[in-house]
Design a protein around this ligand. Structure first.
Ligand code: PMP
Length: 405
């Protein structure tokens, strides 16, 4: 559907090992359109300066561009106000920020932090560290054999002393799309604070934090056509205002004395030091690009490719697919009988196909699935059905080489 947009991505027109690059690793990071690359070049060629501190022309331009980027993010996820948008390095840092600041104030010994078995390490380890610091407990909503959350178990878990529920919107291994609006509504009814890991969804479908009804939402620029090193923490204003600082330093203080300091209001309270100015500008350019393409159309394309790949791969013998057949995104994980995932990924690379093999930072989920790794193909709007056909053909060839077919 979007094949014509491939030309917007200069990196995709190259050959790898003498064959056209087939990039099926967009869940790890997406490629960048020329518009995003140009926005960063333009900033460094014309407007580069530090933000918030200068009165000269370049500093004004940099500050306006940086704060406009914040407004673009707020509009992109339908936040009520740009002050609810904190720039971070990415999803990982956003979640750590909440664990350190909101967590320090709100989590006490005996409290429960509720996660799910399909979380990325980024949405597990910061909570484990918080639990160690505070004496809190961690519980997990189980994943069913179909690769979806066990809703009945979730409802039961809400009866306990749960203070926070943190859940991924889209699983980066299973491709499952969780019904976050429903989950947040149930959690909220029990007075539980909610955090959504939107790393795999922010660039893939329309997001409206007010409709979702979450308290926090975290995502990374690089998984949505933007640069690396920039990400976002959305936090409901009332919560951000009550949270202590994360890092200390320049730009986050109201006043500093020798032995005591006071803090700025959010979001600046959480942005110590010189921010990733060009990153924020590049992220805003990525959001404008995605909105021009249409996020609802991207979601439709993802779903179509996800189902297409799932159905084609299912027809192969000696294959195990993970995640639900329907209600999935453009992430498809599988395993081949008798062939290690790293061998598959290495051999596919020789054909110019970029796949990922491993635990995808989902070690607890791997344990639950009874495997140590999977092969993952992940699509974006620049991916095509003919690329999936090539993937399936290559997998079949690899099986033949290993004498499994
Ligand atoms: N959560 C999910 C679901 C992810 O897929 C990823 C990236 N693989 C992350 C969190 C972490 O993102 P980042 O490394 O950009 O902080």
């Amino acid at each position: 559907m979007f094949e014509h947009l491939k030309k917007d991505f200069p990196i995709l027109s190259q050959e790898i090992h003498g064959r056209p690059l087939v990039y099926l690793d967009s869940a790890a990071t997406t490629q960048k359109p020329q518009a995003v690359i140009d926005s960063i070049i333009h900033f460094y060629q014309h407007d580069n300066s530090n933000v918030h501190r200068g009165v000269h022309e370049l500093s004004n331009r940099a500050t306006v561009a940086f704060e406009n980027a914040r407004q673009t993010v707020a509009t992109f996820i339908s936040a009520r106000h740009s002050s609810e948008i904190v720039f971070t390095r990415g999803t990982t840092e956003s979640i750590n920020l909440v664990a350190h600041t909101w967590g320090a104030k709100n989590i006490k010994t005996g409290d429960t932090i509720l996660l799910t078995e399909m979380e990325h390490h980024s949405n597990i380890v910061p909570w484990q560290l918080l639990a160690e610091r505070t004496g809190a407990n961690i519980q997990y909503v189980p994943v069913t054999p179909d690769g979806v959350l066990d809703l009945a178990a979730f409802k039961l878990a809400l009866r306990k002393n749960v203070k926070l529920f943190a859940v991924t919107h889209i699983s980066n291994t299973l491709g499952t799309i969780n019904s976050i609006k429903e989950l947040c509504a149930l959690a909220r009814r029990s007075g539980i604070t909610t955090l959504i890991d939107a790393a795999q969804s922010a660039g893939h479908l329309p997001l409206n934090v007010q409709e979702i009804g979450c308290d926090f939402l975290a995502f990374s620029g690089h998984k949505m056509c933007g640069p690396t090193g920039i990400g976002v923490l959305y936090g409901r204003r009332e919560l951000l205002e009550e949270m202590p600082p994360f890092h200390g330093g320049g730009d986050m203080i109201a006043e500093v004395d020798f032995f005591k300091s006071t803090w700025k209001q959010p979001p600046h309270r959480f942005e110590a030091g010189t921010p990733h100015i060009s990153g924020a500008i590049g992220l805003a350019a990525a959001m404008n690009y995605l909105d021009a393409v249409g996020r609802d159309k991207i979601a439709g394309h993802d779903a179509q490719l996800g189902i297409y790949a799932y159905e084609k791969l299912t027809l192969l013998k000696g294959i195990r697919l993970f995640g639900p057949p329907v209600g999935r995104s453009g992430v498809v994980s599988f395993m081949l009988d008798g062939i290690h995932s790293h061998d598959v990924v290495t051999m596919a690379n020789e054909q110019g196909i970029a796949l990922r093999g491993g635990n995808h930072c989902n070690q607890p989920l791997m344990k639950k699935l009874g495997v140590d790794s999977t092969i993952r193909a992940s699509f974006y709007f620049y991916s095509t059905t003919s690329e999936i056909d090539l993937l399936v053909e290559t997998v079949r060839d690899i099986q033949k080489l290993f004498g499994v077919s």
